[in-house]
Design a protein around this ligand. Structure first.
Ligand code: SF4
Length: 260
């Protein structure tokens, strides 16, 4: 990850001061373990920015409180960075990339905190301007069970432009009760098999947690077991793609609360 390309080098001191006063709508900032994907278990500071790019909330969205931009409190980048005390930082949402100023947030986090930055995105937006400041893209395209859709061309852009320099994971939340999501994922793997193999990007299958029902750990584990069978079939078909089946660890530990 290039470190010397900071805003202080590229811009005037005044531009840097101006950027510190930019604001973003913040839903919450907290420290916890990463609960999803291949970085599960690592302590991070989470910066949740309000506002999402989807036309409607995903059916199983567990952060609906951050769906609308006006749900966030306007904080300056200076205030946001002062609340970050860990090196590993997740910028999440909502959909953080609806805000162009996430670029300046990443630059300042790199400059002041030497942060290792993960962006969690739903894969509807690609911003080339932030590429050099992000260490890990966690991209979660939405399958039909979510009630929304994804554009594979945006995911392709991430794979082509980011996975050679940075690590990328494509994370699918899969509803195993029908085979619709499984078919969509298979189409994706078939279309991008070569690119996934070449780039070494992780493909994570995550069990769908039906938020319409009360959370029950034994049922969640059962759904996870079903998902492992889906992962096993996909691995047999695409043996060189790095497929992993992972539950949401924070749900196992704390139920539907995102952190302790
Ligand atoms: S994209 Fe993410 S934040 Fe937006 S509605 Fe879907 S699950 Fe919720």
């Amino acid at each position: 990850m290039p470190r010397g390309d900071s805003i202080m080098v590229n811009s005037s001191a005044q531009a840097y001061q101006d950027a510190l006063n930019y604001v973003l709508p913040i839903s919450e900032i907290f420290e916890s373990i990463q609960g999803e994907g291949v970085r599960t278990g690592a302590q991070h500071t989470f910066i949740r920015i309000a506002g999402c790019s989807m036309p409607q909330p995903c059916k199983w969205c567990d952060t609906k409180f951050a769906f609308k931009e006006d749900a966030g409190r306007q904080l300056t980048l200076r205030e946001i960075v002062s609340l970050v005390h860990l090196r590993d930082v997740v910028i999440t949402g909502g959909e953080p990339l609806v805000h162009p100023r996430v670029r300046e947030l990443c630059m300042i986090l790199k400059d002041l905190n030497e942060a290792d930055i993960t962006i969690e995105t739903n894969g509807t937006i690609y911003r080339d301007a932030i590429r050099n400041y992000v260490d890990f893209f966690s991209i979660s395209p939405k399958l039909s069970s979510s009630g929304n859709t994804f554009d594979p061309r945006v995911i392709q852009t991430y794979l082509e432009r980011c996975s050679y320099w940075f690590k990328v994971q494509i994370k699918f939340v899969i509803d195993t009760r029908t085979d619709a999501d499984e078919k969509e994922v298979d189409s994706f793997l078939s279309a991008f098999q070569s690119l996934l193999e070449l780039s070494g990007a992780y493909v994570v299958f995550q069990p769908m947690d039906d938020i319409e029902k009360k959370f029950a750990l034994d049922e969640y584990v059962e759904v996870y077991r079903d998902l492992i069978e889906v992962g096993s079939s996909a691995t047999a078909k695409y043996p060189k793609v790095r497929i992993q089946c992972l539950p949401q660890m924070h749900k196992i530990l704390w139920g539907r609360k995102p952190h302790c």
